[in-house]
Design a protein around this ligand. Structure first.
Ligand code: NAD
Ligand code: UDP
Length: 353
């Protein structure tokens, strides 16, 4: 199968491309405006096309025509950007995608669209796993800009669904639940605010001795999914077009739930186990509005219902401890062994969104 991957240079894209090349015969063409995380992928079935999708429309069109399936991963996906650059989020994560949908309809190609588990929004006290076709999507107030990301993704899903009904668009929508693994976002300097997602902040703190900052006390609850489990699920979705036709699918590990505070303790413990020494990182509380900006509001609880994927034969295999243990081991090995680190593994640079 010919696969066009948009956003191949990101966390999910780089891991997924490597997984598919190792575990299938698929031919991959990947577009991104950053190639750092795929520099190690040299394969005869992989072609990288550098570029900003907003500026290479003709090339994207040719590649959609070439592809059997288009996997779209491009988005701004860090909460700090939702607050500091909300219009960029809507322009890239929603409006840019409308062009891609039109191209898939024009060339009659299947679209596998990455959405987000954040579309479920606030749990409002519900403690029932979020289910694709049943759970209500509950956003916070407009003045809480954090929700612009989830709202844009929600509208994107609704537009894709409508094109499925009206134009017969062959699509599958994926809602990832906090994937974790190698090449996740980028490391930051001690005490950096905003920026990458929680694993990268905590890993940076362990490495630099900077604080592990618990936003609003670290009470928020997530379930974390190892990228290898996620890549197997995505491969299944790519390989089973008729079973996934016009479906929305959660990918997540319901057993891997933890609060952010519990996660900080787990990573401190794993750091000791992996290095034989204690990190100097200390837990400190910080208000979400100080860490991300005034428009921040958190999702309090998020666990997936995965019965739809289970019915296709997939189950997560990697538990919470092993998810973080193997990811942290990858970082420690890379940082120890490399002569020159790529920029996303350099913790000294303070990166603000
Ligand atoms: P990422 O930021 O690592 O990857 C996105 C990639 O898109 C980056 O490599 C970036 O360079 C590229 N990109 C951005 N704008 C571009 C442009 N204009 N032209 C070309 N390339 C561009 O994010 P990720 O974690 O890999 O997430 C991928 C998708 O999955 C996103 O749609 C995100 O919303 C969704 N998602 C991910 C998670 C998760 O757990 N990682 C959770 C929920 C949703
Ligand atoms: N978080 C935190 N400290 C950090 C970074 C994030 O306490 O240094 C919290 C954040 O407020 C949220 C959780 O960790 O409650 C997960 O954040 P992330 O950005 O990884 O994912 P998302 O909120 O998109 O699920």
């Amino acid at each position: 199968m010919n696969i066009l991957m948009l956003g191949v240079g990101g966390f999910i894209g780089s891991n997924l491309a490597a997984h598919l090349l190792a575990n299938s015969d698929h031919v991959i063409a990947g577009i991104d405006d950053n190639d750092e995380k795929i520099a190690d992928i040299q394969h005869e079935r992989f072609t990288f096309i550098p570029g900003d999708v907003r500026r290479i429309g003709d090339k994207v069109d040719d590649l959609v025509r070439w592809a059997d399936v288009v996997v779209d991963l491009i988005a701004y996906a860090n909460p700090s950007i939702y607050i500091t650059r909300p219009l960029d989020v809507v322009n890239l994560n929603l409006f840019q995608n409308l062009e891609l949908i039109d191209r898939c309809i024009k060339h009659r190609k299947r679209l596998v669209q990455f959405s987000t588990s954040e579309v479920y929004g606030l749990s409002e006290g519900r403690r029932k796993p979020f289910s694709e076709d049943e759970t209500n999507l509950v956003m916070g107030p407009v003045k809480k800009q954090r929700w612009i990301y989830a709202s844009a993704k929600e509208l994107l899903e609704r537009i894709i669904y409508a094109h499925g009904q009206q134009d017969g668009l062959d699509f599958t929508i994926i809602r990832p639940f906090n994937f974790v693994g190698p090449k996740f976002d980028y490391l930051v300097g001690p005490g950096a605010l905003g920026g990458p997602r929680v694993f990268s902040h905590f890993m940076s703190a362990l490495l630099t001795g900077g604080p592990m900052q618990l936003v609003d006390g670290g009470h928020a609850h997530r379930s974390y999914t190892h990228i290898d489990d996620a890549s197997r699920a995505i491969q299944l979705i790519i390989d089973r077009p008729s079973a996934c036709h016009q479906e929305i699918l959660n990918i997540g590990s319901p057993q891997n739930g933890a609060t952010v505070r519990e996660l900080a303790h787990l990573m401190l413990d794993l750091y000791r186990e992996l290095t034989g020494k204690s990190s100097e990182a200390k837990l400190v509380d910080i208000a979400g509005t100080s860490f991300y900006g005034e428009g921040y509001e958190d999702c309090d609880w998020r666990i997936p219902d995965i019965r739809k994927l289970e019915a296709l034969g997939w189950q997560p295999r990697i538990n919470l401890r092993d998810t973080f243990r193997s990811t942290m081991a990858w970082y420690l090995d890379r940082i120890d062994s490399a002569d020159e680190l790529p920029s996303y593994l350099r913790a000294e640079a303070v990166s603000l969104a």
